[in-house]
Design a protein around this ligand. Structure first.
Ligand SMILES: NC(=O)c1ccc[n+]([C@@H]2O[C@H](COP(=O)([O-])OP(=O)(O)OC[C@H]3O[C@@H](n4cnc5c(N)ncnc54)[C@H](OP(=O)(O)O)[C@@H]3O)[C@@H](O)[C@H]2O)c1
Length: 305
């Protein structure tokens, strides 16, 4: 039975041998898929909803679905992630990344569910390079602006929410046609002998499987306060270094040539250097995540056994 104690939305969940119930949106994406698999394997009662089951931009449907299932935890993994396309489709990006999370947060708040929302390193401009949770956000493209708006709306609608910022995600998803940087590099190596990759954008690659596990640890932490958390694999690299490691671990011989963002022809402004410091996780005493290189090796074994 789910009991809510206290007037300040302090949520105490009494499970009494009942599995904890979890609703996941965007469940067919990389993180949604990993979270679904992980929580199911730990005996949680999981309701994974892909876009065709719940479009988070449909306010009435969101309210109806959440009221009908009354989950104890809601994790929003749905997002409009195409950074380049977002520049031309600002309305669509804001609908999925800002309005949708607001509707979910409002409904979560109304039933006293713990709401977890996922955000991004792209809320920062990259000038500071190393960012903790308290550093001010300053997005420099439409995708980043829509995700930052989402964070603010979520916090206003559901003050007990947990917002997780992560970066450079790679992982398996139930959609075989889905893309991430690792898959793109593997495909490029099949078609070309020489590949140009930018060497002036730095970040922290993060494996969706590792992130899912850390989210579970955080949710199981009794004293985890609400607010923003940065969660990434350890160690920073450039896109060029990331690509080189992918090829090296995959045993591919294609050559990678470093290139500046200016020469790459990208029309979108991207932060040059964002290393999300996982400060609040450390303060809670949770172990840091492993270096991305180790996680990448495991991911490659998963997709190329
Ligand atoms: N990928 C990265 O490099 C990265 C980096 C930093 C932060 N993040 C954040 O991490 C979270 C998870 O990212 P991810 O890589 O797992 O994303 P993903 O693989 O692109 O999955 C996102 C899912 O959301 C679904 N979706 C899109 N519009 C929707 C809507 N209106 N209603 C319901 N579902 C909808 C998509 O379905 P369709 O495919 O059918 O549209 C897709 O299955 C997102 O919040 C993202 O912003 C990602």
């Amino acid at each position: 039975m789910n009991t809510i104690v206290g007037r300040k939305k302090q949520i105490i969940i009494k499970t009494q041998n009942m599995p904890i119930s979890l609703l996941i949106t965007g469940a067919n994406g990389q993180l949604g898929f990993s979270i679904t698999k992980l929580f199911l394997s730990f005996g949680y009662k999981v309701l994974p909803l892909g876009k065709s089951e719940l479009d988070i931009t449909d306010r009435a449907e969101v309210a109806k679905t959440i009221a009908a299932h009354a989950p104890q935890i809601i994790i929003n993994c749905a997002a409009y992630n195409q950074v380049e396309l977002a520049e031309e489709n600002i309305k669509a990006a804001f609908a999925v990344n800002a309005s949708g999370p607001f509707y979910l947060a409002k409904s979560a708040d109304s039933i006293g569910a713990r709401f977890v929302h996922i955000s991004t390193d792209y809320v920062f401009d990259g000038e500071l390079e190393f960012y903790s949770e308290t550093d001010p956000a300053r997005p420099i493209n439409a995708y980043g602006a829509s995700k930052f708006a989402g964070e603010q709306l979520v916090q206003a609608a559901c003050p007990s929410s947990i917002i997780i910022r992560t970066s450079w995600l790679f992982g398996t998803s139930s959609d075989a046609g889905s893309h991430n940087f690792v898959k793109k590099m593997l495909q490029a190596a099949q078609n070309r002998e020489e590949i140009n990759m930018v060497d002036d954008q730095y970040g922290k690659p993060t494996y969706a499987g590792d992130l899912a596990l850390k989210i579970k640890e955080l949710l199981e932490e009794k004293n985890a306060p609400s607010g923003i958390y940065h969660i990434t694999n350890a160690s920073v690299c450039s896109r060029y270094e990331f690509a080189k490691e992918i090829f090296s671990l995959a045993g591919l011989s294609a050559k990678i040539m470093p290139q500046s963002t200016r020469k790459s022809g990208s029309k979108v402004l991207r932060p040059k250097f964002v290393a999300l410091e996982n400060k609040r996780l450390m303060e809670l005493g949770l172990a840091p995540m492993r270096p991305w290189q180790e996680a990448l090796a495991d991911y490659l074994k998963e997709i190329r056994p």
